[in-house]
Design a protein around this ligand. Structure first.
Ligand code: NDP
Length: 485
């Protein structure tokens, strides 16, 4: 009785929402696992082992698969149909994987050969949709993990698009413009036969921006002898690109975090922010965060990071990255008050309120996560795809840090790509205000759907579970409706 009174008093003094507090404690305390839940966990473990036995070397794909299966346990406990219909067994196998040779000639006349990929993972909701990545780290495992998560991200946007991803182990760094053009043309000379506005619609990703999309579109048009504007997104504005697409992933990330903050009656004003990377996603996330009153103190590239406790100059970062294509280390030449460190992974040791990993996969490991928590981080939101390891995510959730998973947080890019497809079909161009308004609405809806699913399946505050379940159920239900194909 005494304990109860003391607890009631603590609630009163701290103004704590009792229901919320109890719910969050429930997720942290070891939960009693029911027989049904254990049965589903065993089923997921068995399935995972089968997938692993088939492709044991696909580390990134297995990591993404494990995260997915773990988070789907609650929905499988409540809905037996998915198991009875073997939906996961079907879903986890890509509908089609295309690999091909990409030969090209450099400016000195030497011949090179890279490997190209397109994974057409799932078309239940619409044509395959997902970016193309040019980076030396590209392999089938990376392509499969990206396209798997793309399925649920695309589903979450509410747009009629399936999931896919492509790329090549080509390193665009240090290549001349003509070399890039020849590579893109060679890549499209094979890819063209597998894509189309109603089949598969690629876009940009790491190493593929407007320039590369332009070269690929030109080659596609030439081979097809027809102007299919909707075959690629992320195009230039002169030929069917959408206003607002360039900024959409970064802005969308911030709109999502805004919703997370609102739930705790907070906003971006005076918050200290760190983003990793200084590419498309990072730069526009920084831009919107600064506009909303935050101070961005650090960002990076693959060589190192810059830090200024008083806030970085976005104008300088844009000049270095967009105009000069130079390294972030250049920053300190015009801003001697800032510091440069040549180990990018240490960026997470800087104290901040909001951490936005916006570079690449597996940037935040367990150690970095612990450091962020120790330094008082309030929100971690994944602008990049799978930047946090499974262990890192567990640490954030255990410590009641607001955590936004990639498939929800960075969905603004593909959502806007879908708006580009809609404009191409209509042969119309919308204003930047129209596009941005829709983007904001989409990000709000994604957030509320993830939150609703996490509550419905007894994991309040766990947006990883919420995003995967909300994305999965729509795809799974549609697959059942469309039959075994
Ligand atoms: P960019 O190529 O524009 O930028 C990537 C940035 O990350 C660069 O600053 C790059 O530095 C840095 N980077 C790459 N590898 C590392 C590394 N190992 N350590 C530290 N920094 C690194 O790509 P985007 O901004 O387009 O994409 C970033 C992430 O966001 C990716 O995970 C992508 O899949 C995801 N994403 C992108 C979308 C988009 O619309 N662009 C949509 C949804 C997700 P450097 O220049 O030195 O290589």
């Amino acid at each position: 009785m005494y304990d109860k009174l003391v607890i009631e008093e603590v609630y009163r003094i701290d103004g704590i929402d009792r229901k919320k507090w109890e719910a969050s404690i429930m997720t942290q305390l070891e939960r009693v696992i029911s027989a049904e839940e254990q049965e589903v966990i065993d089923y997921m473990d068995d399935l995972y082992e089968k997938i692993k036995a088939r492709d044991p070397h696909e580390v990134e794909f297995l990591q993404a698969t494990k995260m997915l299966l773990n988070s789907l346990v609650p929905v499988f406990v409540k809905n037996r149909t998915y198991r009875e219909k073997n939906v996961l067994e079907q879903l986890i196998e890509p509908e089609r994987i295309i690999t091909f040779r990409v030969p090209w000639i450099d400016d000195n006349g030497n011949t090179h050969v890279n490997r190209g990929y397109r994974v057409q993972f799932n078309s239940a909701l619409g044509p395959y949709k997902g970016g193309i990545r040019f980076h030396p780290s590209v392999n089938l495992s990376v392509m499969k993990f990206l396209s798997l998560t793309q399925i649920f991200k695309n589903s979450l946007t509410g747009q009629p698009i399936g999931g896919g991803k492509g790329g090549a182990d080509f390193d665009p760094k240090g290549k001349s413009d003509n070399e890039i053009m020849r590579f893109c043309q060679s890549f499209m000379t094979e890819l063209y036969r597998h894509i189309g506005p109603d089949i598969d619609v690629p876009a940009g990703d790491i190493g593929v921006g407007k320039r590369e999309v332009g070269y690929m579109f030109g080659q596609y048009k030439r081979i097809q002898g027809a102007y299919h504007a909707g075959v690629l997104t992320g195009k230039g504005l002169n030929y069917g690109g959408s206003l607002g697409r360039t900024e959409a992933t970064g802005y969308g990330t911030i709109y999502f975090v805004q919703e997370m903050l609102k739930d705790r009656r907070e906003d971006f004003k005076n918050k200290t922010v760190i983003t990793s990377g200084s590419g498309n996603v990072a730069i526009y996330a920084m831009e919107k965060a600064i506009k909303l009153g935050a101070k961005v103190v650090a960002c990076s590239d693959s060589a190192g990071y810059v830090y200024d406790r008083n806030g970085l100059s976005l104008q300088t970062i844009k000049r270095i990255k967009f105009s000069e294509g130079a390294r972030i280390s250049e920053y300190v030449k015009t801003h001697p008050e800032a510091e440069y460190f040549d180990d990018g992974s240490k960026i997470w040791s800087i104290p901040c309120d909001i951490a936005l990993p916006c570079a690449t996969q597996n940037e935040i490991d367990e150690e970095s996560a612990k450091m962020l928590v120790k330094n008082g981080v309030q929100v971690v939101a994944e602008g990049a795809n799978m930047p946090c390891s499974i262990e890192a995510i567990d640490i954030f959730l255990e410590n009641d840090i607001m955590f936004g998973p990639a498939q929800a947080v960075n969905a603004g890019g593909v959502a806007c790509s879908s708006l580009e497809m809609a404009q191409n079909s209509q042969r119309l161009s919308w204003t930047v205000e129209q596009v941005d308004e829709q983007l904001q609405q989409i990000m709000k809806t994604i957030y509320s759907n993830c939150k609703r699913a996490s509550n419905k399946y007894d994991h309040p505050g766990n947006l990883v579970v919420g995003a995967n379940i909300a994305g999965f159920t729509k795809v799974a239900d549609t697959m059942i409706e469309q039959g075994v194909i």
